[in-house]
Design a protein around this ligand. Sequence first.
Ligand code: ASP
Length: 307
Amino acid sequence: MAADSIVPDVVLAIHGGIGLDKKDMTPELAVKIRADLETSLKAGYAVIAKGGDSLDAVQAAIVVMEDSPLFNAGKGAVFTHDGRNELDASIMEGKTKRAGSVAGVTTIKNPILAARAVMERTKHVMLIGAAADGWAKSTGLEIVDPKYFWTEQRWNQLQEQLRKEKEHRDHGTVGAVALDQRQVLAAGTSTGGMSNKQYGRVGDSPIIGAGTYADNAACAISATGHGEYFIRHAVAHSIVDLMKYKGVPVNEAADEVIQRTLKPAGGEGGVVCLDHRGNFAASYNTDGMYRGYITRDGRVQTLLYEE
Ligand code: ASP
């Protein structure tokens, strides 16, 4: 269980999920995960550094992690109980509260791009299932055969869970929060959900206010963990409320919800938060959370456990 103290002057922060228990991590895998986190941070930072929007930075950072097989999002998504990959994603901007999300999609290569397209090209916030896949195709987003999301590691993991008959959180949802030069916050989250989940199950990641939220008056948040708990406790929005209505600093607000509300309720997980002044805080009630941040002057930090 841990809460990082506040890091100032951050322009972009990401997470790559709760990750493996520390005892299961190998030095080789840690190197690969850190390298992809760093690539993601640099992709987002390039957008901010040239005066781009926080939404574009969040999107750029998440696309890198969706394309990596190491995270449970996009390419590396986990399987449902019946052996499919169903992906969820959302994105939100903190100035106008524009938001978009997709849930249960099966053919969109980068679900975060579909969430963004829902935000910008429809009157709605959320599209689901086959309708969302079809709509994304009609807008020109890259569509893949569902086999694209098949990876041996996730498939073997499902087979093992089926043997043990348990649902499992697999640990690799991705998310990003960013603050641009116009002082606009944005947040985004993308996931394959929980391995061995029931067909049609939707978690917190595409739910605005649960897994993702951005409010320029408080902070931008992306969550990872056992989605049902994050939905019940409206985690992302609760953190914003504590800051906005009670003046609680970002790290204390995150801790209040993750350590003192979610944990006693049995909800495992964590959040990355970036406030409107560029203060970054992370809080998680598990062994670790893959995460990283980059400061205004380009200093990169990646962390997997308590370090
Ligand atoms: N929050 C995701 C979900 O419940 C899973 C995760 O973050 O590991 O779908």
